[in-house]
Design a protein around this ligand. Structure first.
Ligand code: DAH
Length: 342
């Protein structure tokens, strides 16, 4: 008889420790303990083996055990119902968890802004490949193989084909467009360019440029100046001053670099403008007749101007970012500081 008592105590402990998380688990409990072949029935069946004089005592113990199991079943059912009810009555008016919204990269913001200013002047967006051949990047732009100006651009060549390289400037897109399109041509070409530079705060092996090209009859240097002046005012505001300095580029003649008054120190002198009060923002000039002829464009009939500017430089003046490496490090703390409204 002691054995039966021990068994019942063991079951009691087991019942006590049961917790059910779902209706399924509650049902499993019912089948195991209260089902037709369940433990309660089996234990009750032992009654017939109990000697008569002990029947009363055991009858009570078994009854208690049965009531105990049934009470547990009821409480499991209740807590299961409560959990289900909570699920059914989710409060949809609770505030949702916030969705993290990304921000645009500062270079994209500035690029889009530059492009949209020129689009308003009738320039169309054009793009070209980043892997270029020698002709589109250099040859057609009046930079023959032995030309000293090639030194200005340390080039990444592609091992598998000595004629292929990563474009060193977006001027290659000029070539791509002139090859396919007859004048009038009025395009704006943003894109990534590559140069073999040691990475530092002031230099990077890749950066971004925007190229502009306008070819038509009677395009003059005055058009170039006025177009770029309009751009600067739209980009930086009416108070910014510009100046043109004579320069040299093989693909333009005459050539000029354009400076704007330093926005950081307002012309008083700082490290960004190297204490001159002026910052160079682009190279430009009248398209060299040889470049036009390279694409079968009659240089007696057509003239054109072109310019190329660095997006990082414009970004530096706009947002005062002084380290070029920040643009490609993908540090969220840096990236989330920029808004599209500039
Ligand atoms: N391609 C030049 C560079 O990478 C920039 C440039 C200068 C582009 C003068 C032009 C131009 O179209 O006319 O430094």
């Amino acid at each position: 008889m002691d054995e039966l008592l021990q068994q019942i105590n063991g079951y009691k402990q087991e019942v006590e420790s049961v917790s059910a998380k779902s209706a399924d688990e509650v049902e499993q409990f019912r089948i195991k303990f209260l089902g037709t072949k369940g433990i309660v029935k089996t234990v009750m069946g032992e009654m017939k083996n109990v000697p008569n004089e002990k029947k009363k005592e055991f009858g009570q113990i078994l009854n208690e055990f049965k009531l105990f199991v049934e009470a547990k079943y009821e409480s499991l059912k209740e807590s299961g119902d409560a959990a289900e009810e909570a699920g059914d009555h989710y409060d949809w008016s609770l505030p949702g968890s916030p969705i993290a919204v990304g921000t645009r990269h500062p270079l994209s913001i500035v690029r889009n802004r530059i492009v949209s200013i020129f689009q308003r002047l009738g320039f169309a967006l054009a793009e070209g490949p980043e892997i270029e051949d020698d002709w589109h990047n250099f040859g057609s732009m009046n930079l023959p193989e032995d030309h000293p100006a090639r030194d200005m651009q340390d080039t990444f060549y592609i091992n598998t084909n000595p004629d292929w390289l990563l474009r060193t400037h977006t001027s290659s897109v000029q070539a791509r467009v002139m090859e396919k399109q007859k004048p009038p041509i009025r395009i704006i070409c943003p894109g990534r360019v590559y140069r073999n530079e040691t990475i530092s705060a002031r230099a990077h092996c890749f950066f971004h440029q925007v190229e502009g090209l306008y070819i038509d009859e009677n395009v003059s240097f005055a058009d170039l100046k006025q177009t770029l002046y309009f751009f600067v005012q739209e980009m930086f505001g009416k108070d910014v001053k510009v100046r043109f300095r004579p320069s040299y580029f093989p693909f333009t003649e005459p050539s000029a670099e354009m400076d704007i008054s330093c926005l950081i120190c307002e012309g008083n002198g700082c490290s960004v403008c190297k204490h001159t009060g002026w910052v160079e923002i682009l190279g430009s000039g009248m398209v060299h007749p040889k470049v036009l002829e390279n694409f079968g464009i009659d240089s007696n009939k057509y003239t054109g101007f072109a310019f190329g500017m660095g997006i990082e430089r414009i970004c530096q003046l706009k947002y005062r970012v002084n380290d070029l490496r920040l643009y490609s490090q993908n540090d969220i703390r840096f990236l989330k500081q920029f808004t599209s409204a500039i």
